[in-house]
Ligand binder design. Structure first.
Ligand SMILES: Nc1ncnc2c1ncn2[C@@H]1O[C@H](COP(=O)(O)OP(=O)(O)O)[C@@H](O)[C@H]1O
Ligand SMILES: [Mg+2]
Length: 207
């Protein structure tokens, strides 16, 4: 019997079917690919391309996209530092469960604060947390401005926008960093290929 946070008198329920059984069934290892970067850096594009590439190789994936999750699970949260932290904590916990289910869970969220990403890394067992940093210059993201949000942030119509008047803390020790090469952004397919190679090297795409 124990106390966890605000939960009292709770017990852990074991089940006969475990993670290893599910991984055998799926012929892959559960893990989390966590894509972080500024708005407009290409996180969602990469997440979807990676999901498609892995799917066509016969690997089961699920994408947890920041914007999509704010339509449901996280719709009660805003963009204050406290709410951003809670947003990431919840997605980290969900990603941990998805990895435990045997899936390659691809999370694409700005996740601006280092300590929040480090929390997510810490709760995923066996170093199965692969942090991918979309290291694109603010000028590129702002020039893209697909959703028109940078324009609104510059005009002061959105407060607390990451990269404008809210901080982005780049990873210090990420597994994969994606940058422009000679001023050119690699194609989504080449970025996804790089991640697939990494997962393959680590033996995560087989049982
Ligand atoms: N590798 C890329 N090369 C060129 N344009 C890209 C690339 N990745 C994304 N884009 C474009 O940049 C914009 C923002 O991408 P998106 O994936 O929505 O970013 P984020 O999810 O990080 O906010 C979109 O218009 C997308 O088509
Ligand atoms: Mg996105």
């Amino acid at each position: 019997m124990s106390v966890i946070g605000k939960s009292t008198n709770i017990f852990w329920q074991e089940c006969q079917v475990g993670k290893v059984d599910r991984e055998k069934l799926l012929k892959q290892k559960g893990c989390v690919v966590w894509i972080t970067g500024l708005s407009g850096s290409g996180k969602s594009t990469l997440a979807c391309t990676l999901s498609r590439e892995l799917h066509s190789k016969g690997n089961l994936t699920y994408v947890l996209d920041g914007d999509n999750l704010r339509h449901g699970l996280n719709k009660d949260l805003g963009f204050s530092a406290k709410d951003r932290t809670e947003n990431i904590r919840r997605v980290g916990e969900v990603a941990k469960l998805f990895a435990d289910s045997g899936l390659v869970c691809i999370a694409s969220l700005i996740s601006p604060y280092r300590k929040d990403r480090d929390f997510c890394r810490a709760i995923v067992p066996d170093s199965r947390f692969i942090e991918v940093f979309m290291n694109m210059p603010l000028e590129l993201c702002e020039a893209r401005d697909t959703k028109g949000l940078y324009k609104l942030a510059r005009a002061g119509k959105i407060k607390g926008f990451t990269g404008i008047d809210d901080p982005y803390e780049p990873p210090l020790n990420c597994e994969i960093e994606i940058k422009q090469e000679n001023g050119i952004c690699p194609s989504p397919l080449s970025m996804a290929g790089h991640i697939v190679d990494y997962l393959e090297e680590k033996g995560l795409l087989q049982e």
